[in-house]
Every structure is written in C-alpha cells, then in structure tokens.
Design a protein around this ligand. Structure first.
Ligand SMILES: CC(C)(COP(=O)(O)OP(=O)(O)OC[C@H]1O[C@@H](n2cnc3c(N)ncnc32)[C@H](O)[C@@H]1OP(=O)(O)O)[C@@H](O)C(=O)NCCC(=O)NCCS
Length: 178
C-alpha cells in the first residue's frame, strides 16, 4: 500500500461546514455504509450541529484536528479534549467512508495522541464507543486501548434532529496510556 500523505492541523471556525459534512457522512445514513463501521443501524440523527461543532473548535482546552490529502480534500477529523492535568478525551473521529480501511484512521489517531502529549503533557487518553460496536472496539484494542468496566449513558434526550433506533444503548469507556 502506498504511504499516506496527510497534512493534519487544528480546525478553524470556517472549516465547520466541511467537518460537519464529513462527520455526518461517516457516522450516519446510507453514505456511512460505504465504510466498514457505522452507526447507521443504531442512531438516525445528525450526530452534531454547527453550534456544537463550533464549541468544540473554539474550546480553549481542546482541538478539532482535520486531515487533508495531497489534493487538499479534507478526508478525516477528530476531537481531542484536555479533561484534567493527565487525562484527555478522543472523539468525533471520522474518515471519509470512501477512503476508509487504508490506514488513514490509524495515522490520525496517532497524531491526535501525539498532539495531546505535546500540547498538554497528558499521559492517558480516554474514549467511548457504543457497546454494540465490537468491530470498532477491537480496532481500538489493536491500537493499544483497553476496555474498562466503566459505562456512560447514551444521550437519548439530546440527539440532534433525529432519534435512536434502539433503546439499549450506552457507551463503553476505553483507555490508553500515552
Ligand atoms: C473508525 C474509523 C475512523 C477508522 O478509519 P479507517 O481509515 O478505516 O482506519 P484504518 O484504515 O486505520 O483501519 C482500518 C481497519 O479496519 C479493519 N477492517 C476493515 N474492514 C473491516 C471489517 N469489515 N470488519 C472489521 N474490521 C475491518 C482493518 O483490518 C483495519 O484494522 P487494522 O489496521 O487493525 O488491521 C472509520 O471507520 C470511520 O470514520 N468510521 C465511522 C465513524 C466512527 O465510527 N468513528 C469512531 C467512533 S468511536
């Protein structure tokens, strides 16, 4: 496989519409089925709205990172948030469904972990996955994450413009020492 040439930077407010489209295409609806893992059968909403995304982009102790390919197309994004002096949170992770399974996700995750270490000196990363997504949890385990016994509630009451398709959802918490 040819090496991936990605340029990764912090998102700016003007990136919000492109990030929003990328996130929605990867997590939700028919477009997401082109990828190898999706939430299309679990949740039918918009994942996040522009206001929520701008809050993350402007967060002083956080960053939305965006990755562009050599043609300048935005093909991946993620969020990193400093939770406290040692622990970070990783989320809002999306790769264009038509570009998945080629190593882009792995590369962006590694860059996000590096960002958390370099920027804030963090020593642990946490993230959450809907418990049914075993193939995705396995992917994080192969990236060095450990599944914990901790659970977080699914935000049934605050979904964006839609609804959940199951009533038994919650998040499993995964951690990794950086
Ligand atoms: C999760 C996501 C970011 C990964 O991006 P990616 O570019 O596909 O990741 P990579 O190319 O680095 O890795 C692809 C992996 O998928 C695996 N894979 C490919 N097809 C698969 C399948 N049908 N079932 C299970 N695993 C599969 C590959 O083996 C590879 O894993 P490995 O490197 O450990 O061998 C991407 O799938 C995505 O955007 N998903 C939708 C949004 C989402 O679920 N985000 C994460 C929320 S926590």
């Amino acid at each position: 496989m040819a090496p991936i040439s990605l340029s990764v930077r912090k998102a700016l407010p003007e990136d919000a519409p492109t990030v929003l489209a990328l996130v929605r295409s990867a997590y939700r609806g028919e477009s997401s089925r082109a990828g190898w893992t999706t939430e299309a059968d679990l949740v039918d909403d918009q994942r996040i709205d522009e206001t929520g995304l701008l809050t993350k982009i402007n967060e002083p102790f956080g960053a939305v990172l965006v990755a562009h390919d050599e043609t300048g197309e935005m093909i991946a994004c993620c969020e990193v948030l400093k939770k406290n002096d040692t622990v970070g949170y990783f989320g809002l992770f999306a790769v264009n469904p038509l570009r998945q399974a080629g190593g882009i996700g792995r590369t962006v995750l590694a860059k996000a972990e590096e960002y958390a270490k370099q920027t804030w000196g963090l020593s642990e990363m946490q993230m959450t996955v809907i418990w049914t997504r075993i193939e995705l949890i396995d992917w994080y385990v192969r990236r060095g994450y450990t599944r914990t016994d901790k659970k977080e509630p699914f935000p049934y009451g605050s979904l964006v413009g839609g609804e959940a398709l199951r009533d038994d959802l919650y998040f499993s918490v995964l951690v990794k020492a950086l």
